[in-house]
Ligand binder design. Structure first.
Ligand code: KG4
Ligand code: ZN
Length: 339
């Protein structure tokens, strides 16, 4: 028997739909919202409107690309939270309506759990190893930075998290100081490739347990740039690659210190990363090389499944479907939702 799940993601500024068939991804569509770029951040009201415009075409494209019809879908999985409430409402209402129309089950998905389970996404005919439970996951996105012990598909425990800004926020805020477009993470990644990471040094926070902090680094960076510009107004332009490589290096050092600490103290060898910042080429490289040194088995989602996508919602929906974990028409989205 074939089990086909439609996944829908609308938690922030990407409208996405994907189809999973028997645990394999067979289509994955996304409409990015360019409208926010000129504002230097996501404008919630504009995001909701753009989701409303994009959702029908994106779902239609995902179904067409999968070579199926609506009648082949067995259940609809959607992001319930966390995220922007107006944005979540569009996906939730759409999913409810379609599940009523097709008379098929509805499955709610936690966006953060889905990021972690993006490590289980496999394309048809692809040979890929997936994490073995229990494993340790560093979840790094625009709104969250957490170390999570994953005991089973839906059994996860946060053992460390950021006390202030998320790693993605640190990337984006530092990029903003440099005058780079939003979101700045990918731009820092790009310029850092041509830079020398040890050019400038920023002090690391002294946080005792498995938690993180990025607000001190962000402020230190802001003052550093301000002082340098006072001395030389072309400082950013003339040193952009080295500045990006140095700040990226500092953010990754903070993340890796804690990942390594937990792996040693809690004896984990199965290590995964997930979330938008896991798209960072240097972070991927450093986790792989630490893994080699420490005999970790490392799992990193393909680039397209690191940032927000619906394939991760569909795969999470698939595993919930196998457990008969359905929701109903009374479900409402929530802006704040924990793992
Ligand atoms: O997971 P995600 O797409 O959305 C949230 O759930 O937050 O993460 C978005 C974050 C943004 O802060 C963005 O700058 C960051 O991921 N990001 C990156 C890269 N690609 C996306 N940060 C550093 N390097 C990248 N290549
Ligand atoms: Zn996300």
């Amino acid at each position: 028997m074939i089990t086909t799940i439609l996944g829908i993601e609308t938690s922030c500024d990407d409208t996405a739909a994907a189809i999973v068939e028997n645990g394999y991804i067979i289509s994955n569509k996304i409409a990015n919202q360019e409208v926010h770029r000129s504002y230097g951040g996501v404008i919630p009201e504009l995001a909701s409107r753009a989701h409303q415009q994009n959702i029908i075409p994106v779902v239609e494209q995902a179904i067409a690309e999968a070579g199926i019809t609506k009648k082949d879908i067995n259940a609809i999985a959607f992001t319930r939270g966390p995220g922007l409430i107006g944005a979540l409402l569009v996906g939730t209402s759409f999913a409810k309506g379609l599940s009523l129309a097709l008379n098929i089950p509805l499955i709610e998905v936690n966006h953060l759990q889905a990021h972690i389970l993006s490590n289980f996404i496999i394309k048809k005919n692809e040979q890929k190893s997936i994490p073995k439970f229990p494993f340790l996951c560093l979840l790094v996105s625009g709104g969250h930075t957490q170390l999570v012990v994953v005991r089973d598909f839906m059994e996860m425990e946060i053992i460390g998290q950021t006390l202030d800004d998320a790693a993605g926020e640190a990337f984006d805020k530092c990029a903003k100081v440099l005058g780079l477009p939003y979101p700045g993470g990918p731009f820092i990644d790009k310029y850092a490739k041509k830079g020398e990471p040890n050019t400038y040094h920023f002090s690391k926070p002294d946080i005792k347990n498995y938690d993180f902090s990025f607000s001190g680094l962000k402020t230190a960076f802001l003052y550093f740039i301000r002082d340098k510009i006072n001395e030389d107004k072309y400082f950013i332009k003339d040193n952009l690659n080295n500045i990006c490589a140095s700040i990226q290096n500092s953010i990754i050092d903070i993340l890796l210190d804690k990942l390594i600490k937990v792996s040693i103290e809690k004896d984990f060898k199965e290590i995964a990363i997930a979330g938008g910042v896991s798209a960072n080429s240097e972070l991927r490289q450093r986790v792989f090389s630490e893994g080699k040194k420490r005999k970790w088995k490392v799992y990193i989602p393909d680039f397209e499944y690191s940032t927000d996508n619906a394939a991760m919602i569909a795969i999470t929906g698939y595993y919930k479907y196998l457990n008969n974990e359905y929701t109903n028409q009374y479900i409402t989205p929530v802006a704040r939702l924990k793992i």
